[in-house]
Design a protein around this ligand. Structure first.
Ligand SMILES: Nc1nc2c(ncn2[C@@H]2O[C@H](COP(=O)(O)OP(=O)(O)OP(=O)(O)O)[C@@H](O)[C@H]2O)c(=O)[nH]1
Length: 618
């Protein structure tokens, strides 16, 4: 097995037993060997960039005809019908014994020969670098090129596959219908389309392998060397788009700087550019990519035409970048190409910081909550205290109001000068008083009027008059019983409502006497006129009271008329109807003396005058 090596490394022979390269041909040491072929004469031909060598019986010889730069490098050697054909960079030559002659063709005699082979019917194929494929039938040449409507002129490999001619070149791989080669016009289909300009990242050079065998075909598949690896074409897929192969991960840049595997990044390398591509020889626009940074992206992201993925401010952690590709319009994605990456965490991205932060946040919330509850509690206590204080104050005020109301009520019921009850008291309590009287069966009303009070005022002044009134009221209270209701009726006039009348005459007499004996503020004696009426009514209503009061008034005026300083007591003996009561009130007192229902009592002095004038008994 022989190795022809590019890069001017010379020639090696491989020993199948020791599996080692065992010998280097010294004369080929600095050459770039393009083609090696064993001729039917058991000679080995070496086509190199520097010329042509033949190995025979252990010795190697250079053919001086091809040295120098006249033909450029020898690119392809092919033995056709017992004759060696030499394809150079500057034309095609044939061997003729020991000499070589250029083929008689205006293009082929000077163009770059890049391939030679045979069709099944024995015709020779000569591929050129710039002028297409030539087919030779032993007499004439047929050219297949752009001029015949083909998409490219460059040939690196050609092979007949059934009814098709497979043609590979730098611009792709195509299929030409054999029948159309014979009869025209040419029918072709581009299997691998590399005719357009690929994107910056696309590895877009197809099928340009150096060496003699620029492709090899089997019944179902063909292989083509490329600068980026081996292109494998299934013949059954010639009419369909080739399945998209797995994408390639090209490189990672972090903060604008390329990072090499293993991809372990520092905490500050936060901005990433992940570059990917796919070894594909079709049009760039026919493919689409999607990618996902697992650990950061929740779902796939569709890539743009730039074939890279940009991430900024990535947090620390472990990631897997995966990328897939597919033909546009086809549902199936390729298998994922995956790359593992990790980035150190910043201190605030670490688990212990997160834990501490969470604890601190929790503690802070609890603290705030406690402070807030405490302040709320304090506030509540303050409010409760305020409410209690206000309630106490309110209660006090209410109490004061109650007392004040009580006092007002009391005050409204009493005479401000003497402290005795007033008329308002009577209007409020009359019903109750009458109820009590009802139980005792006899109502007694006493009307007392101080005699000649005006003179006291006139003589001693109003203030002294007041003092006399107060002293009179005090004396009156002392003379009455506890259950008697003593009222100042107005001015110097007083009313006593007694629920019991036993000894009423004595009481009146005693009062008259006490008045005479009492030492009064004005230093003089004082007398009063007293009218009394007792009424044994069955049903004590207001009318009965008014009638009784009127009768007492009538009696009191009679005393005044009789000379004052005494009393008259009209005692109604039997209960009178309202009508009878009205009659009695209307009648003059004298006329009542003879009324059997009525008895009139009086003080001694008055009795005399009354008896004298009316002739009535006491
Ligand atoms: N100081 C004083 N005088 C009063 C008060 N109320 C009424 N008076 C006076 O009492 C006097 C009553 O006069 P009169 O009605 O003529 O009665 P009187 O002088 O007692 O004569 P007789 O009733 O006929 O004995 C008037 O001069 C009133 O001004 C009072 O509260 N204080």
């Amino acid at each position: 097995m022989n190795f022809g090596l590019e890069q001017k490394a010379g020639l090696y022979v491989y020993d199948a037993k020791t599996h080692q390269r065992i010998k280097q041909f010294e004369s080929l040491a600095q050459t770039q060997i393009n083609s090696i072929i064993k001729s039917s004469h058991d000679h080995i031909w070496f086509g190199t960039q520097q010329g042509l060598w033949i190995y025979n019986n252990g010795s190697i010889q250079e053919l001086p005809f091809f040295s120098g730069n006249q033909y450029g490098g020898v690119r392809f050697l092919y033995e056709y019908q017992g004759q060696m054909w030499i394809g150079t960079e500057k034309g095609l030559l044939t061997q003729n014994g020991d000499s070589f002659t250029k083929v008689n063709h205006t293009i082929l005699e000077k163009t770059f020969i890049s391939y030679m082979g045979e069709l099944s019917d024995g015709r020779l194929m000569v591929g050129t670098f710039q002028h297409g494929l030539f087919i030779y039938n032993g007499r004439t040449w047929q050219q297949l090129s752009v001029e015949q409507g083909l998409p490219m002129d460059n040939v690196t490999y050609a092979a007949e596959l059934g009814s098709n001619l497979l043609w590979a070149g730098l611009q792709g791989v195509m299929n030409i219908d054999m029948g159309s080669i014979e009869n025209g016009p040419l029918r072709h289909s581009l299997i691998v389309d590399n005719t357009g300009n690929g994107s910056q990242n696309e590895q877009n050079r197809c099928c340009n392998g150096a060496g003699s065998n620029k492709g090899i075909s089997f019944s179902r598949e063909s292989y083509f060397p490329t600068v980026n690896g081996l292109l494998h074409v299934y013949h059954r897929l010639l009419k369909q788009p080739a399945p998209a192969p797995r994408p390639l991960f090209e490189r990672l840049e972090a903060n604008g700087k390329e990072i090499f595997p293993p991809y372990q990044l520092e905490a500050n390398e936060r901005d990433w550019r992940l570059v990917f591509t796919v070894p594909h020889y079709g049009k760039t626009s026919g493919l689409e990519f999607r990618y996902q940074l697992v650990g950061y992206d929740a779902t796939w992201r569709n890539a743009t035409s730039t074939r890279d993925a940009l991430y900024t401010n990535l947090p620390g952690g472990d990631y897997t970048f995966r990328v897939q590709v597919r033909h546009k319009g086809y549902p199936a994605w390729s298998r994922s190409t995956e790359v593992s990456l990790s980035k150190k965490r910043l201190w605030h991205e670490t688990w212990w910081f997160n834990m501490l932060f969470t604890l601190a946040c929790g503690g802070f919330i609890v603290l705030i909550w406690r402070l807030r509850s405490r302040s709320l509690l304090t506030r509540q206590q303050e409010l409760e205290e305020q409410v209690a204080k206000r309630t106490t104050e309110l209660n006090e005020v209410n109490q004061q109001l109650l007392v004040a109301n009580e006092q007002l009520l009391i005050a409204s019921l009493r005479d401000s000068l003497t402290g005795l009850y007033n008329r308002h008291y009577l209007s409020q309590n009359l019903e109750k008083i009458l109820e009590n009287v009802e139980n005792k069966k006899r109502l007694t009303v006493v009307l007392i009027d101080i005699d000649d009070f005006k003179k006291i005022n006139d003589e001693f002044g109003h203030a002294v008059g007041d003092e006399v009134l107060v002293a009179f009221a005090t004396l009156l209270s002392r003379h009455c019983r506890a259950q008697d209701h003593i009222l100042r009726w107005g001015g110097e006039e007083f009313v006593i409502i007694a629920e019991q009348d036993d000894g009423i005459g004595h009481m009146a007499t005693r009062l008259i006497q006490t008045l005479r004996l009492t030492h009064w503020p004005h230093g003089r004696t004082l007398s009063a006129s007293i009218g009394i009426c007792t009424n044994p009514s069955i049903n004590f209503g207001i009318k009965v009271f008014e009638g009784t009061l009127n009768m007492a008034d009538k009696a009191m005026y009679m005393v005044k008329e009789q000379g004052k300083d005494g009393w008259i007591w009209i005692e109604i003996l039997v209960p009178l109807s309202i009508e009878s009561m009205n009659e009695v009130q209307e009648a003059p007192l004298q006329s009542l003396v003879s009324d059997p229902r009525i008895k009139i009592h009086h003080s001694t002095k008055d009795i005399v005058s009354l008896e004298e004038r009316r002739d009535i008994g006491g």
